[in-house]
Design a protein around this ligand. Structure first.
Ligand code: NAD
Length: 259
């Protein structure tokens, strides 16, 4: 995976917690923020992704730790924050990236799908942010929620997934008003379009058939996005110069969806 080798060390001294960062977009975000000088807390769910997460931090250029914490549980978010603060003493940047998708006809979506998606995408984002806030650096903190074009684009086969991303979209708007006066932070969302990750490629044939013609109509190019392109959008919001950007929903999708 390429990393911005020539980046200025504009985030030197910062600590970034990136949830679900052993692979895909989360890993690309961890690498991009590290390339700008931030120390990184990598997170993965137990038990299978430990080796991937450990090898991931081998690619980072700054101090980093790996924390095993299942953010779909009630306890997982607190575990991640406690470990981050034990190691680095503070949090400057929180990226709520961990998320799961299910692509199935509405009639086939089950209560088990509901529990896994709502508990991770929705409750995990809620609890992780709540646990992080007491440790967020006052005046300069950044909260970035990885949402999805599905939160606004109404894609077939994504009832629960789009619903949880709608929840994150709404969290972002509420927090952008409620939290900066108390914590001096900014709160923004970044919404990838279809992006080449394991999670996306597992969407299934029916979902791919629906998406195929849509992707062909992407204005900037007839292709999927890359995790690095999403990470760049996140890093932009982390920069000091982005201090006046708050409550934004940044779509990084080549113009596939324009709100
Ligand atoms: P992915 O499936 O490739 O990676 C998901 C990450 O979440 C992994 O690092 C995994 O370790 C982590 N994770 C899964 N369950 C977890 C749990 N219980 N606790 C902690 N971490 C857990 O997915 P991705 O495509 O890289 O997606 C990352 C984010 O971007 C998600 O929120 C996803 O909804 C969003 N997104 C992705 C796309 C896309 O096309 N790839 C499009 C829109 C939005």
């Amino acid at each position: 995976m390429s990393q911005g080798a020539s980046r200025l060390q504009s985030l030197a001294g910062k600590v970034a917690v990136v949830s679900g960062s052993s692979s895909g977009i989360g890993l690309a975000i961890a690498m991009e923020l590290s390339s700008r000088g931030a120390a990184i807390v990598v997170n993965y769910p137990p038990p299978s992704l430990g080796p991937a997460a450990t090898s991931a931090i081998g690619h980072l250029k700054t101090p980093a730790i790996v924390v095993e914490a299942d953010l779909s549980t009630r306890e997982g978010p607190e575990i991640l924050i406690v470990e981050a603060v034990r190691e680095f003493g503070k949090i400057d940047i929180l990226v709520n990236n961990a998320g799961l998708a299910v692509n199935l006809p509405f009639e086939q979506q089950t209560i088990e799908h509901w529990d896994s998606l709502v508990n991770l995408n929705g409750r995990g984002t809620f609890l992780l942010t709540q646990k992080a806030l007491p440790h967020l650096t006052r005046g300069t903190g950044r909260i970035i929620n990885i949402c999805s074009v599905s939160s606004r684009g109404a894609p077939p086969l994504q009832t629960i997934y789009a619903g949880t991303k709608g929840m994150i979209d709404a969290f972002t708007r509420v927090w952008a008003k409620e939290l900066p006066p108390k914590y001096g932070c900014t709160v923004n969302a970044v919404s990838p379009g279809p992006t080449t990750t394991t999670g996306f490629l597992a969407a299934g044939d029916e979902a791919m058939e629906i998406l195929g013609p849509t992707i062909q109509n992407t204005p900037v190019g007839k292709r999927l996005g890359t995790p690095e392109e999403i990470a760049f959008g996140v890093a932009f919001l982390c920069e000091e110069e982005a201090r006046w950007v708050n409550g934004e929903h940044l779509f990084v999708n080549g113009g596939l969806f324009v709100d």
